[in-house]
Write a protein that binds this ligand. Structure first.
Ligand code: FES
Ligand code: FES
Length: 204
């Protein structure tokens, strides 16, 4: 069976050859027309309502509809972590999820973690430790690190946690494993690690 683009091309040719129109949806529109839907979100504490093509990713809704461009598009395929945001406090790759799947959700982007005047402790640590070069991966790194430290506090084990009966403890190995989905093309890893470690080990 043909799948993907090849399958669609053959199916289009088949419709042309048959002289008939492709199937319509219930409203009589061609099925190739975008289907729009409303979605309500709370983004960085503010309620927002959007009307989007149902194929719009959360990343594109954040950047193109809400103009919050701190969240970056790197690979757009779930492989680099540049688009990491928090959904209900948990980190997700916003390029891999549709905006309409987040009806009613609380989304936090880098802009919602802190401001230049009142930075989040991890934002301060990245500045202090020079945890970036070009800065493109930095919003994703920081959002991911915020959730990663919460995951350790919540007792969620990782692939390198050795004792599953004990609460996980922050370590370099745990951090490397848990942050492995956030790629830094500039290779600023040692400074990123220093920044995150400083916050993880800071006395409350
Ligand atoms: Fe989403 Fe790379 S842009 S993981
Ligand atoms: Fe450039 Fe990480 S600082 S990609």
């Amino acid at each position: 069976m043909l799948t993907g683009t090849a399958g669609m091309a053959v199916s289009g040719l088949a419709w042309q050859a048959s002289g008939q129109s492709p199937p319509s949806d219930a409203g009589g529109k061609r099925s190739l027309e975008p289907v729009m839907a409303k979605v309500s979100l709370t983004v960085n504490g503010k309620p927002v309502e959007l009307e989007v093509d149902t194929r719009t990713t959360l990343l594109d809704a954040i950047r193109e509809h809400l103009h919050l461009t701190g969240t970056k598009k790197g690979c757009d395929q779930g492989q680099c972590g540049a688009c990491t945001v928090l959904a209900g406090g948990r980190r997700i790759n916003s390029c891999l999820t549709l905006a309409v799947m987040h009806e009613g959700n609380k989304i936090t982007t880098i802009e919602g973690l802190g401001t230049p005047e009142k930075m989040h402790p991890l934002q301060q640590a990245f500045v202090k430790c020079d945890g970036y070069q070009c800065g493109y991966c930095t919003p994703g790194q920081i959002c991911s690190a915020v959730a990663m430290l919460d995951e350790i506090k919540a007792g969620i084990p990782s692939h390198v946690t050795t004792d599953l009966n004990a609460a996980p403890v922050f370590s370099l190995a745990e951090m490397k494993e848990r942050m492995s989905g956030n790629i830094c093309r500039c290779g600023a890893y040692s400074n990123i690690a220093e920044a995150i470690t400083g916050v993880a080990e800071a006395k409350p």
